[in-house]
Design a protein around this ligand. Structure first.
Ligand code: PMT
Length: 216
């Protein structure tokens, strides 16, 4: 009998897109499907963890064994993360959080006319950085989706957000797809995982993070 690698651990994840409201019917979002984050949640549960999944808007079914909290905007996602953080051993940020929210939101549907409409965008809080750079942070895992210079940009993100582990993937391969190919970046260097279904990739990622967590 081998104990499961994350037995007794509490894992908190973010997954999917966030949605930033413009008016009563419109908003800004991105094409994250939630598949990668939901696969990681399931893999963490399979590894014995108690899993809480904070999900942006997606129609995916809740992964077996996981507790799910649905949110819409980055601000709501941050609030849910802060409310759930206490007692968390491992925080995994898979969500594609909108970088900006709309300052001049309208309560009602904006009526179309011949004028140019200008949206004022203000930066959203960085949820992962706020957790990783806080006091007594859990073991934090970030993701980086880049469309070019993958390793260079991802490595810079890992250092800026002070992460022991970052998962780098290409937007063109990862966003919305059923398969993924990732490179894990940690203090020991780069580890390329073979391309495969997101659940297979997630299981290997969880095995790697469990080893790092045990050796921290
Ligand atoms: O959902 P899928 O269709 O399966 O696609 C999966 C994915 C491509 C969304 C996923 O694999 C992925 O790469 N997620 C991270 C997307 C991204 O590029 O994040 P980022 O570079 O904007 O941010 C880096 C890290 O900080 C991420 O862990 C992100 O969750 C986190 N972040 C970013 C901004 C912000 N305001 N708050 C955050 O927590």
């Amino acid at each position: 009998f081998q104990p499961k690698s994350l037995a007794g651990r509490r894992v908190l994840l973010t997954a999917g897109p966030t949605f930033e409201r413009i008016d009563a019917v419109r908003g800004i979002t991105n094409t994250s499907s939630g598949k990668m984050g939901f696969a990681v949640a399931r893999a963490a549960w399979e590894a014995g963890a108690t899993v809480t999944l904070i999900a942006g808007e997606t129609l995916l079914p809740t992964p077996v064994g996981c507790r799910r909290i649905d949110v819409r905007s980055a601000e709501e996602m941050l609030g849910a993360v802060q409310a759930e953080l206490n007692g968390t051993d491992i925080f995994i940020a898979v969500a594609a959080v909108a970088d900006y929210y709309v300052l001049n939101q309208s309560e009602h549907k904006i009526k179309k006319d011949a004028h140019i409409l200008t949206l004022e965008l203000a930066p959203n809080p960085d949820i992962l950085a706020s957790v990783a750079c806080g006091e007594n942070p859990p073991f934090c895992v970030g993701f980086a989706a880049e469309s070019e210079n993958l390793l260079e940009y991802a490595d810079a993100k890992r250092h800026r957000k002070q992460l022991p582990l970052l998962v780098a993937n290409l937007v063109q391969q990862a966003m919305g797809a059923d398969d993924n190919e990732v490179i894990l970046l940690d203090d020991n260097g780069q580890h390329r995982l073979p391309r495969g279904p997101k659940l297979a990739v997630a299981r290997q990622l969880v095995a790697h993070l469990a080893r790092l967590y045990a050796a921290r």
